[in-house]
Design a protein around this ligand. Structure first.
Ligand code: ACO
Length: 401
């Protein structure tokens, strides 16, 4: 048998697979996904079990280091993170430079990149300990950047966290603490946030994760790789879908709640409208995360005593889609983004911040994938192409064109 390397060298063969629909970019031991059966596992543990029984920091450790931490490991990890929770004061000036109207994803991507300047040791990717240094720093500082991005939008002062709190509780406090007001612990909101972050924590080689791996493969540091991943996540076909879903549901509500009209638009090939939050490159069955989030949306809204007509519209759309041959034939089911925005909204998070929340959840997954790529000593990512442009042409001087 001839191996692919020899074959390529002998024939110059290049495979073309736009969108990488059938091309694996790496071997990975982090996340298992069976799109036909609707199965998702992190390091072998089912997403259902993790969402119910673990907390986000444990899941982050699991994804990054491969095993669930014991008590000492978890405490050490958390204390290493807490030690790095300050963000250089100069970073506030950078944030100040953005107009209030700036999209939070652009702000977050820029701030993440800017962090390198204040943490120069984080460009070192040459050893496990150097990588650990970057990992704990970003797990500590990223939530601060997220909170600052939100607080800037809301015109609130920029604070730091509270090291006496759990990782997610601290994030909640940094986001929602009001000046001159006692912060009230809200267990329902914190649990819901924890669960949402777990459900978003990794999803194998999606667009943003592939971006993180490919940028990291040039030996750019972790923060630069993450900044690129954040930009990739921003798009409405990827993480940006959660914002787009809520805007779509609000538009349907404002338009009288006629879901059938929007179903027809989604099926009309001359209309660019798509039913946001439906369909997935890999899931050709229910996205298991969507099932958990739908249940959680019901619980959170019930527990917080919120009646949101948007949730009814979402359920109506889902029901119609599941009975509609267009969606059934194309195996278009609700994805993770379909219900998450309803919970974010109930938690008081502005719509423009939804994709930022996704990034916060995806952070450990990106880190785990980047670390795996480095430990496996993967070569620089450099796809080939098939050239379809002009053949050789003689240069024409400007005055003769
Ligand atoms: N509404 C209406 N039709 C759809 C939708 C949708 N949401 N999604 C796919 N289709 C149709 C396409 O028009 C196409 O129809 P055709 O075969 O008649 O041409 C068929 O289903 C296949 O769709 P593709 O776009 O080829 O599938 P692909 O795997 O490339 O795209 C994607 C997947 C991007 C998720 C797509 O389903 C989509 O745009 N969904 C809406 C956006 C969204 O929810 N994105 C979040 C994804 S999850 C995440 O990133 C976290």
């Amino acid at each position: 048998a001839i191996d692919i390397k020899t074959l390529r060298a002998a024939t110059g063969m290049v495979t073309i697979d736009p969108g990488y629909k059938n091309t694996g970019s790496c071997e990975s031991a982090i996340t298992f996904l069976d799109g036909e059966k609707g199965i998702l596992r992190y390091r072998g543990y089912s997403i259902e079990d993790l969402a119910e029984k673990a907390d986000f920091l444990e899941v982050a450790y699991l994804l990054i280091f491969g095993e669930l931490p014991n008590k000492e490991q978890l405490e050490k990890f958390h204390s290493d993170i807490k030690e790095e929770s300050q963000v250089d004061e100069e970073m506030k000036k950078i944030l100040d430079g953005f107009p209030k109207s700036a999209h939070p994803m652009g702000v977050l991507s820029s701030l993440t990149s800017a962090l390198v300047a204040f943490n120069p040791s984080c460009v070192d990717v040459s050893s496990e300990s150097a990588m650990y240094n970057s990992i704990v720093r970003i797990l500590a500082k990223f939530p601060v950047l997220v909170a600052w991005t939100l607080r800037k939008k809301k015109g609130l002062p920029l604070d730091y966290g509270d090291d006496t709190l759990g990782y997610v509780e601290n994030i909640h406090k940094m986001m929602f603490k009001r000046p001159n007001q006692e912060y009230k612990r809200d267990p329902i909101a914190i649990d819901a946030l924890d669960k949402l972050l777990i459900l978003h924590a990794d999803h194998e080689q999606n667009c943003s994760t592939s971006t993180v791996r490919i940028v990291g493969s040039s030996h750019a540091g972790l923060f630069a790789s993450l900044s690129a991943g954040i930009s990739a996540l921003w798009g409405p076909l990827h993480g940006g879908a959660n914002q787009a879903v809520l805007e779509m549901l609000e538009a349907i509500e404002a338009d009288g709640g006629d879901t059938k009209k929007y179903m027809a638009k989604a099926k009309d090939k001359d209309d660019p409208f798509r039913l946001m939050g439906f369909g997935h490159r890999v899931y050709k069955n229910f996205d298991p995360r969507a099932k958990i989030i739908k249940k959680s949306a019901d619980e959170v809204l019930g527990n917080l005593g919120i009646e949101d007509p948007i949730l009814d519209i979402a359920k109506g759309l889902e029901k119609e889609a599941l009975e509609d041959s267009y969606f059934v034939d194309r195996k278009l089911y609700p994805n993770v983004d379909f219900y998450s925005g309803i919970i974010y909204r109930a938690l008081g998070i502005p719509t423009e911040m939804f994709t930022v929340m996704f990034a916060l959840g995806r952070l450990p997954g990106w880190i785990a994938q980047w670390r795996e790529m480095r430990l496996r000593k993967e070569p620089i990512g450099r796809p080939r192409q098939v050239y379809i442009g002009e053949n050789h042409r003689s240069f024409v001087p400007l005055e003769k064109r």
